[in-house]
Design a protein around this ligand. Sequence first.
Ligand SMILES: [Zn+2]
Length: 73
Amino acid sequence: MDARARVVNCPTCGQPVAWRPENRWRPFCSERCRLIDLGEWAAERYRLPAEPALGSGPDEHAPAADTAPSRPV
Ligand SMILES: [Zn+2]
């Protein structure tokens, strides 16, 4: 029994994890929990603010009135 072993809680599922060199997934309890945490982190990072591109498109100068194609007579 190693009394010096630290125990941390898995950030993903919260279960106690022994902080040991052989535990390659620390502070997570498993690879699964580690991947889940990384996935959530990535989702947060790549979440872009909803910003519609208005007023900067090429449509402002498009002459749409006279060039309406193939109108049935
Ligand atoms: Zn876990």
